[in-house]
Design a protein around this ligand. Structure first.
Ligand code: HEM
Length: 336
């Protein structure tokens, strides 16, 4: 009896939309292949250029933290909107929009006008996380979002965190979106992959010994960045710096399956003072966050699960009340 009841419940639940209106399997009866199309398209891009994976993981954060998950990060600058979100300095380095464009085009071919760009951003982030973690990070995506029609650089400035901030400011910023200090720590682990411009960590080039491993500072960061105005990008994770640059720092490198492997190495590196941003390092200097850094350094499986849950929570951030929504024809511009 108990088994029969549980089976009935398991069958009934997916057809009920969650209170936020999103639903796992939302496209099952509207565009049943959408998740396969996203998966195949992401895989073909990442097989060719893995750096697009971290970019897709970052994209969900930068979309959802500003006006909710509404594809507002995707909108191009136009005469009608000269200052969209991507014009904000906080969006430096945003890329891989061509992956979203390709997914949208492939989806439109089979089910035109059905799938929002906002949902594609979330599906793509899931696929990229799964790819970069060799399947370790995975989650069901509740879908049914609409695309917004508003995108303002000033709102990206306001809501996206600054890599030169201290923990109280980071905690306050995450709290405005309903995220706890623990979730700040969990989500920051995304910095185990990807790259950053030297301007994003210029303060670290002169950070004192208590805040950064000086060998890392001088031989990796200073050497890698050169002098302004050059503003190259370096790997977020010391693991992904090439071995010839690392010299005797190789002992700090947490072994991984390959470059851009999304895992808990970020926390292990953080405890050794070899992370890139001030906002990363600051998590070990604050009692509200340090215990969680230890927790995830010690338990990579737990981080995989908690990171997946945090991305689902991020994906549920709603548009501001009263916003107009649509399904755009192309992701870079709104439909009038
Ligand atoms: C805690 C506050 C955070 C701050 C201050 C921050 C800041 C930054 C900065 C400055 C960059 C480098 C941009 C550049 O110079 O090109 C970056 C890269 C990145 N961030 Fe964050 N970030 C934060 C949280 C997150 C979260 C929550 C995620 C995702 C869940 C994320 C994922 C990434 C990824 C994957 C990259 C590398 C992107 C690439 O290689 O294309 N970050 N972040």
């Amino acid at each position: 009896m108990a088994v029969a009841f549980r089976l009935a419940a398991a069958i009934a639940v997916p057809s009920l939309p969650a209170p936020d209106g999103l639903m796992v399997g939302y496209y099952n009866d509207k565009c049943s292949n959408v998740e396969t199309i996203v998966k195949d398209t992401v895989k073909s891009f990442l097989d060719d250029d893995i750096t697009k994976g971290p970019a897709l993981v970052r994209l969900i954060f930068h979309d959802c933290f500003v006006r909710g998950c509404d594809g507002s990060i995707l909108l191009d600058q136009s005469s009608a909107n000269p200052e969209p979100e991507r014009a904000s300095g906080a969006n430096i380095g945003i890329k891989a929009l061509e992956v979203i464009d390709a997914i949208k085009a492939n989806v439109e071919n089979v089910c035109p006008g059905i799938v929002s760009c906002a949902d594609i951003v979330v599906f793509a982030a899931r696929e990229a996380s799964k790819y970069l973690s060799n399947g370790g990070i995975d989650f069901a995506v509740p879908a049914g979002r609409l695309d917004g029609v508003v995108s303002r650089a000033s709102e990206a400035d306001q809501y996206l965190p600054d890599s030169k901030s201290d923990v109280p400011a980071l905690i306050a910023g995450f709290a405005t979106k309903g995220f706890t200090p623990e979730e700040l720590v969990i989500l920051s682990g995304a910095h185990s992959v990807g790259r950053a411009h030297c301007s994003s960590f210029s303060d670290r080039l002169t950070a004192p010994s208590g805040e950064i491993n000086l060998n890392y500072r001088d031989n990796v960061l200073r050497k890698g960045c050169g002098s302004p105005p050059a503003n190259p990008t370096l790997a977020n994770n010391i693991r992904d710096i090439n071995a010839s640059t690392l010299g005797n720092l190789t002992s700090y490198v947490v072994p991984a399956i390959g470059g851009d492997y999304l895992d808990n190495s970020y926390y292990k590196n953080n405890l050794k003072n070899v992370v890139l941003f001030h906002s990363d390092w600051a998590l070990v200097g604050n009692s509200a966050t340090l215990a969680h850094v230890h927790e995830y350094a010690d338990n990579g499986t737990l981080w995989n699960l908690d990171f997946a849950d945090a991305l689902v929570k991020l994906s549920k951030l709603p548009m501001p009340t009263g916003s107009v929504g649509q399904i755009r024809k192309t992701c870079r511009s709104i439909d009038y």
